[in-house]
Design a protein around this ligand. Structure first.
Ligand code: PLP
Length: 223
């Protein structure tokens, strides 16, 4: 079996104090998650609703699940009853659906707004201007069952460390900008979720408060 425990301890040992680890367990079996759980890890991230549902049913109930993948509005109702945080919110439509389902469940769901800063062409995430637009529209203020806790981003998948660092810095500046403008009195708005296996040592030097690490803990994914 893959040395999950050793890898987890190694990653935790490299994280500066105060930076939280979300162990990304997508495509990995429940016994891998249990290995990390036995070492005290409680926060796990998944990117597919059905896989998450299965793992949630089967695994200890004190696990904090974070959703990190693309989320269709029609799937929101399945995860809201138990999800702790949805890190990949990139539209008002999705925020409204989370609000609706969370109200039904009598819960408040934490969310991060996903940024699209990397050069890769993807449909997901908010460009800096789209983020500003969403926040200035103001409709999100009415959502009492959604708590916006910060931003999430992925850097470009490149070898150029300076480019990666510059992208995280762009994320950090945007965070400071919107924090000041919209969340100055809101302590909950404090998270910058950046850094994956390939780039977390860079991310923690450039503003990350939360890293999302899969491969370095659980090994390569078999799709
Ligand atoms: C899969 C995934 C990760 C983890 O990636 P690794 O390279 O395996 O550490 C982090 N964030 C998101 C959004 C992901 O989809």
């Amino acid at each position: 079996m893959f040395p999950v425990k050793e890898n987890l301890l190694k990653v935790l040992g490299e994280l500066p104090e105060g930076i939280r680890l979300v162990a990304i367990s997508k495509y990995h079996p429940a016994d891998y998650i249990m290995s990390a759980y036995e070492e005290g890890q409680r926060v796990f991230g998944e990117s597919h609703e059905q896989e998450l549902r299965q793992k949630h049913d089967e695994l200890p109930k004190d696990i904090e699940w974070h959703f990190i993948g693309h989320l269709q509005t029609n799937k929101v109702k399945y995860i809201v009853p138990y999800i702790t945080m949805i890190q990949s919110v990139d539209s008002l439509k999705l925020l409204r659906e989370i609000e609706k389902q969370a109200a039904k469940s009598g819960r408040v769901v934490k969310v991060l707004l996903e940024l699209h800063i990397a050069k890769e062409t993807t449909k997901y995430g908010l460009t800096p201007d789209a983020l500003r637009q969403l926040l200035s529209d103001g409709d999100w203020r009415q959502l009492s069952h959604v708590r916006i806790c910060g931003l999430m981003m992925m850097a470009s998948n490149v070898d150029d460390e300076q480019q990666i660092a510059a992208e995280f810095e762009t994320g950090r500046r945007l965070f400071e900008e919107v924090k000041q403008q919209y969340f100055a009195d809101d302590e909950a708005f404090c998270e910058r979720s950046w850094g994956m296996s390939a780039d977390y040592p860079i991310a923690v030097k450039h503003g990350s408060t939360m890293v999302r690490i899969g491969t370095d803990i659980f090994g390569p994914r078999v799709y």
